[in-house]
Design a protein around this ligand. Structure first.
Ligand code: ATP
Length: 249
């Protein structure tokens, strides 16, 4: 799945690999028309981060992971780009947390849902996992959203108390917050509405952030809820990191 022409020693290897994953997903019909644009916006911010997980992102990651571990009903939400870029990491995290994944896409069509669910199911089997994957039969709606984008599972997103929403659209992020959930956002853009409004925002590249979480769990590290966590400070630290990287040019 991950065979690309570039050598792993290429300075942009990780970025090329992510682009390749998107190309594969596009060929499978998993992506919305605007998927590449959303990815490009993320790439630009990652360039400014220096393609590393910053200390403040590490801190937010640990706090977010602790909240997911403590959640009564934690759910990991998956859209087309997330499925394209990090299905294995999302499945591995869900398995370690013993929680479901729910496919929840903005531009919902039966064809895209089928393509994404099919891809996740293939990877679930290939990894030898048995993660519960929802999204196939929505039986509830997220209040405050209109149309198919509101559709969700009652036993999944609707009744969750902690939800991970990587690369989420601002409207849906707000609707989930208004339901009283702890909303954990992963977004490279500290200025996006989701990043600004999320309960906890990890300003990091999706696959890096998920790999960090899985690593913390695998190493059995002691991650605890940070009662002093301040999301505004996290966003400010990300922006300062980017500004400093510009000053060094
Ligand atoms: P909002 O609606 O929250 O104001 P937006 O219009 O930018 O933001 P979308 O286009 O729905 O939101 O989501 C794409 C977001 O995902 C962008 O903010 C982009 O920076 C981010 N993004 C794209 N690729 C990645 C990635 N691989 N890792 C982390 N974030 C990413």
């Amino acid at each position: 799945m991950d065979e690309i022409a570039a050598d792993p020693s290429h300075p942009r290897y990780a970025s090329l690999l992510m682009r390749h994953r998107l190309e594969v997903a596009q060929a499978k019909g998993m992506l919305a028309d605007s998927a590449m644009i959303a990815h490009g916006r993320g790439e630009a911010f990652d360039y400014l981060l220096g393609e590393v997980t910053t200390p403040s992102a590490h801190k937010a990651t640990r706090h977010a992971l602790a909240c997911m571990m403590e959640g009564r009903r934690t759910v990991l939400s998956v859209n087309g780009n997330v499925a394209a870029l990090a299905t294995d990491e999302m499945l591995t995290l869900a398995d370690a947390l013993d929680c479901p994944l729910e496919v929840n896409i903005f531009y919902r069509t039966p064809e895209r849902m089928e393509a994404i669910l099919g891809h996740i199911s293939e990877r679930n089997e290939a990894l030898g996992l048995d993660v519960t994957v929802l999204g196939h039969a929505p039986n509830a709606s997220i209040p405050g959203l209109k149309g198919p984008r509101a559709s969700c599972h009652k036993e999944g997103i609707l009744d969750s108390d902690v939800i991970l929403v990587p690369l989420e659209d601002g409207d849906r992020c707000r609707a989930l917050l208004e339901m009283g959930k702890t909303v954990i956002v992963i977004d490279l853009n500290p200025l996006s509405r989701s990043a600004q409004e999320g309960t906890i925002t990890i300003v990091d590249e999706l696959s890096r952030a998920l790999t960090n979480m899985v690593g913390l769990l695998k190493r059995g590290e002691n991650v605890v809820v940070d009662s002093k966590y301040n999301n505004e400070a996290t966003l400010k630290a990300a922006l300062e990191w980017m500004l400093n990287s510009l000053k060094q040019v």
